[in-house]
Design a protein around this ligand. Structure first.
Ligand code: HEC
Ligand code: HEC
Ligand code: HEC
Ligand code: HEC
Ligand code: HEC
Length: 399
């Protein structure tokens, strides 16, 4: 190649580089900092002074009862849950899904520093050099609620702990729970977050009297740390719906409903109607029943069988929300029971044949429908519901 040719080629390359640089400048997307509350994690936490680990088992060395209880809590399963794992693998699930399920920066493999053009589907990530894979498995672990500013936070302090403790009652109040348990957002036309346990509680009769912690972290008296004497303490098993996440583990359960069958007689005349009423009251929950995840529902089954075990009458009632997900997510129905609300279901089949019969009333509490479970490829062993009430009544129909 001649000198001139080399010069020209050089110029061409330079021009190309310059053009590339300029056009890159022009199209380089703007990175918008994270602004909304669920876009942000709880900042990275160091191990508090005086102890040598952040994980639940480490806290459990000195707080064995809190640790054993927490292990069966749904919070401990918030990351490993099969349904959650199935959902976060979908392209439609944005990055911030994990911020309520593994909210500490320590638990996340990447650090999200902003969003390209503010688009939640284009997060700008960098590797988290301090990522703690084991802590990630623990989901909503002790540190999520109890560590801020690199110290243990508590509602009070005995002065006997080896770790630094900061007294921050406002950070361990119902606001902590509501931060995660109240979310209304439309992410895409088909993807919405819709759970309002916090709002239901604030608007209801328990606000100012009993909060989330009073009902879900019941007071007890026992040793808070081994060898440090018996005192006021809070149970950490987090009873809730009681529907397990895996076979072979039974979470603690609370029951919100009082269920009372009324009007059942042992004898009827041929031609009578059964006229059974089932009085269902949300007597014990501080929010609606069911609350939270819109997929939850209750079924109330009524069934009459004759002496040969043939079903002669059947009826099912439902309490829960109904949604359409396509083409746009839309709530179609919501008959969830508000606190203290009462509902009466009736079952009145005509009794037109003599004989002895059994009436069965069965109530089941559901995490999701079988179709939703199939949609997420959850195997048959994924528990979808539990029975919470069953009673059988014998009666006779005479001439
Ligand atoms: C080496 C033992 C030890 C470890 C490890 C430990 N604690 Fe403690 N902690 C204690 C003792 C002792 C007390 C005081 C108990 C008492 O006075 O009844 C305490 C008290 C507390 C309190 C009440 C506030 C206070 O200071 O009295 C909280 C909350 C707490 N610990 C949380 C944790 C958490 C969360 C972890 C894990 C990140 C943890 N602790 C790890 C020993 C320990
Ligand atoms: C979802 C949040 C949450 C998680 C997770 C959690 N705690 Fe707590 N913990 C609380 C609240 C709330 C209180 C205090 C309530 C109060 O005093 O009103 C508390 C109180 C405590 C206390 C003080 C004694 C008592 O029972 O009142 C200790 C000790 C403690 N927790 C240890 C732990 C340990 C150990 C873990 C993990 C194995 C853990 N906590 C997980 C919310 C949490
Ligand atoms: C960091 C977010 C976060 C915080 C803080 C939090 N939760 Fe949760 N909670 C969750 C998630 C996520 C689940 C669901 C886990 C799953 O189903 O795998 C859950 C589950 C529950 C359940 C069980 C639901 C069931 O199926 O039975 C109860 C009860 C509950 N939380 C109460 C509370 C209370 C009370 C507080 C406050 C002390 C609290 N939570 C604080 C995120 C949080
Ligand atoms: C007056 C007591 C009470 C208060 C206050 C209360 N809960 Fe509950 N909660 C219950 C009972 C009872 C259930 C069980 C309902 C059922 O399934 O029958 C429950 C169930 C739940 C569930 C499981 C979902 C379900 O439908 O079963 C979650 C999550 C929950 N509560 C969170 C909270 C949060 C967050 C707060 C505070 C904003 C709170 N609760 C306040 C009593 C209470
Ligand atoms: C604002 C906090 C928050 C965010 C963000 C969040 N979740 Fe959750 N998630 C929760 C809470 C709280 C529960 C428990 C609700 C209940 O039990 O009432 C939950 C429960 C779940 C469950 C279990 C449902 C069940 O019936 O057991 C799945 C699966 C889930 N979330 C998936 C996701 C996905 C996917 C995203 C992102 C699109 C996401 N979550 C974002 C707070 C959050």
């Amino acid at each position: 190649m001649s000198k001139k040719a080399i010069f020209l080629t050089g110029m061409a390359i330079l021009t190309l580089l310059l053009f590339g640089f300029l056009s890159n400048q022009a199209t380089k997307p703007e990175i918008i900092p994270l602004s909304k509350k669920w876009e942000k994690t709880i900042p990275f936490q160091e191990i508090p002074k005086g102890i040598s680990g952040l994980d639940a088992a480490h806290c459990g060395i000195c707080h064995p009862k809190h640790y054993e209880e927490w292990k069966i809590s749904t919070h401990a399963h918030a990351w490993r849950d099969k349904q959650f794992q199935a959902e976060i693998k979908k392209e439609t699930s944005p990055f911030m899904c994990i911020n309520c399920h593994i909210p500490l920066q320590n638990q996340q493999a990447e650090i999200v520093i902003g969003l390209e053009e503010g688009d939640i589907y284009r997060p700008v990530r960098k590797k988290n050099p301090k990522f703690d894979r084991e802590l990630q498995q623990e989901g909503i672990t002790c540190a999520v609620c109890h560590i801020r500013n690199n110290a243990i936070i508590s509602t009070s302090k005995s002065g006997k702990a080896p770790h630094q403790t900061l007294v921050r009652p406002n950070l361990l109040s119902e606001e902590l729970c509501i931060h995660c348990h109240n979310a209304v957002a439309t992410i895409t036309p088909q993807l919405v977050c819709s759970f309002e346990t916090g709002t239901e509680w604030k608007r209801g009769p328990y606000s100012g009297k009993k909060n989330c912690i009073n009902c879900h972290f019941k007071k007890t008296v026992r040793e808070n740390a081994t060898g440090f004497g018996v005192k006021t303490s809070h149970l950490h098993s987090l009873p809730g719906s009681g529907i397990p996440k895996e076979l072979g583990y039974q979470p603690d359960m609370l029951n919100g409903l009082s269920i009372q069958p009324e009007g059942i007689k042992d004898r009827y005349k041929k031609g009578d109607s059964l006229n059974v009423r089932l009085k269902v009251t949300n007597e014990f929950a501080g929010h609606k029943v069911p609350t939270g995840d819109p997929e939850r529902f209750f079924l109330f089954h009524f069934l009459i069988r004759n002496e040969k075990d043939d079903t002669i009458a059947i009826k099912t009632e439902r309490i829960g929300e109904k949604w359409q997900w396509y083409p746009v997510a839309k709530k179609l129905e919501d008959n969830n029971l508000s606190p203290e609300e009462e509902r009466i279901f009736t079952f009145s089949p005509l009794l037109d044949k003599r004989g002895r019969y059994t009436l069965s009333i069965l109530v089941t509490k559901h995490r999701m429908t079988a179709e939703a479970a199939n949609f997420n490829h959850l195997d048959e062993n994924y528990p979808k519901f539990i029975p919470i009430f069953e009673e059988n009544f014998e009666f006779e129909v005479q001439n």
